[in-house]
Design a protein around this ligand. Structure first.
Ligand code: AR6
Length: 180
């Protein structure tokens, strides 16, 4: 499922982000940028030990911020690391999560990246409910693409069917609300 916004697109797909051949893939990192588990563990395993070396040299990343590294053995040339909120149920969670998407997209544009793949940040180990997170992710990406004169292909890559179905439905709802 795909939405066009100016010269950019937002696409929702089911898959393994490690296999993406976009210019950049986004990592749901922790604030020390250590490999960890989940999607981050998978990205570090596929990229090889040099990714961890580069992350270690960077030293860390604040919540809602983003850092860029090489992709090493990945198909993607870059990895953009961003640190999502640990879900608490407070209003601040959504603000931090939105900043993850905006910071990553800004960094991508600054580096001339033309295509980028996001996982559903914070929805695994960090416990963010999938549907709430999908609303924040999709509305933030759409807002960024509308407010900035950019040409970039954005993909949200969902690992399992449930996450995929929820994201598809949220995008459909947002599109329907705008039509009406
Ligand atoms: N491709 C796409 N999505 C994936 C993949 C994959 N290969 N593997 C898992 N997911 P999580 P978080 C989905 O836990 O919640 C790390 O250890 C997964 O199903 O990876 O932001 C860090 O070091 C879920 O929907 O990230 C941090 O300590 C989503 O990716 C902590 O986990 C995010 O799940 C970050 O937790």
């Amino acid at each position: 499922m795909r939405l066009s916004i100016g010269e950019s697109t937002l696409e929702i797909v089911k898959g393994d982000i490690v296999q993406e051949d976009t210019d950049a893939i986004v990592n749901a990192a922790n604030s020390r940028l250590t490999p960890g588990g989940g999607v981050s563990g998978a990205i570090h395993r596929a990229a090889g030990p040099q990714l961890w070396e580069e992350c270690r040299a960077i030293g860390g990343c604040g919540k809602g911020e983003a850092r860029i590294t090489g992709g090493y053995n990945l198909k993607a040339r870059y990895v953009i690391h961003t640190v999502g909120p640990v879900y608490s149920g407070k209003k601040r969670d959504a603000e931090i999560l939105a900043r993850c998407y905006t910071s990553s997209l800004k960094l991508a544009v600054e580096h001339g990246i033309k295509s980028i793949s996001f996982p559903a940040i914070s929805t695994g180990i960090y416990g963010y409910p999938m549907e709430e997170a999908a609303r924040v992710a999709i509305s933030t990406i759409i807002k960024f693409l509308r407010e900035n004169d950019v040409s970039i292909k954005v993909r949200m890559v969902l690992y399992d069917s449930r996450a995929y179905v929820i994201h598809k439905r949220v995008l459909e709802e947002i599109m329907e609300n705008e039509d009406g």
